[in-house]
Design a binder for this molecule. Structure first.
Ligand code: DHB
Ligand code: FE
Length: 280
């Protein structure tokens, strides 16, 4: 049977991808950011998961404002890298796992999560930057990916509680897939940041650290954070943190923190990163 072995969360700042692609990752500004992922790169090279269910948000790259699914799942064989204005990032095409993805779509929809099925999608920095942070520069990603896109760009996004429950449903779905697969669930985005308006540049370190603290143990605080609290405390883009709750819901009770990294700033964002192992 397939099983969820671990979870990863990380910010997905596009400038991190640009720093790697332009060979700026060893500069004084960027070296401390990449240092925070060294342990995780070594860990994942040993773990060798078969599939990553990668929960991210599209930033109006694949979906225009004409159509915005709340929850969507990528069932394609492969996902090209999106052109976000400077040409696609020079990183490998992302290979999917249509077998697991179609099983997840069926299981989640029958479990009352009305997923949009995606058969063609280019993936933007929300997905490619976490891949680069975890796997570094490579000619071929060493893992298959099932992308799950969550709307956090157009009000109303789903609640954190709903995202946590989606994670729980993902756990049930993976555990009913007959193939013997080691599956990780990742949640990207966050931490506190605001990209526009009078509060542009907002970072709230006490809020971020409390969020990191609560990712293990009792989740009731995280699940109760309302949209207005995200906006007030973590800035307009802090709502991306609801995607971390999908990962947390998928890990079951009492996951163990293996790695934590927090760094301010990277571009406009407080970078946060966790590696958790799933309970049995
Ligand atoms: C930044 C962060 C994001 O999560 C994003 O999607 C775009 C930009 C930033 O910090 O610049
Ligand atoms: Fe983002």
């Amino acid at each position: 049977m397939a099983r969820i072995t671990a979870g990863v969360t990380t910010s997905h700042v596009p400038a991190i991808g640009a720093a790697l692609d332009l060979d700026n990752d060893t500069t004084e500004y960027w070296a401390p950011v990449f240092a925070g992922y060294k342990w995780s790169q070594e860990w994942i090279a040993e773990e060798r998961p078969d599939v990553v269910i990668l929960v991210f948000n599209d930033h109006a790259s694949a979906f225009s404002l004409e159509m915005i699914p709340t929850f969507a799942i990528g069932c394609a064989d492969e996902f090209p890298i999106a052109d976000e204005g400077f040409g696609p990032r020079p990183v490998p095409t992302v290979l999917g796992h249509p077998g697991l993805a179609c099983h997840l779509a069926q299981s989640l929809i029958l479990d009352e999560f009305d997923m949009t099925v995606i058969n063609q999608m280019a993936v933007d920095h929300g997905l490619s930057v976490p891949m680069s942070l975890m796997f570094g520069r490579t000619d071929a990603w060493p893992v298959r990916v099932v992308p799950i896109a969550v709307n956090v760009v157009q009000f109303p996004p789903p609640t954190g509680e709903r995202c946590f429950k989606l994670g729980q449903a993902i756990r049930r779905a993976v555990q009913s897939y007959p193939e013997d697969l080691s599956v990780q669930v990742w949640g990207t985005g966050g931490m506190s940041h605001q990209l526009q308006g009078p509060r542009a540049g907002l970072i709230n370190q006490p809020f971020d650290n409390a969020f990191l603290d609560h990712m293990t143990g009792d989740t009731s605080y995280l699940r109760s954070i309302s949209h207005i609290e995200y906006l007030r405390e973590a800035g307009s883009e802090g709502i991306e943190l609801v995607m971390w709750l999908v990962m947390r819901g998928a890990l079951g009770e009492n996951p163990i923190e293996l790695q934590r990294f927090y760094h301010v700033p990277a571009s406009n964002t407080a970078v946060g990163h966790l590696v958790l192992t799933a309970s049995k």
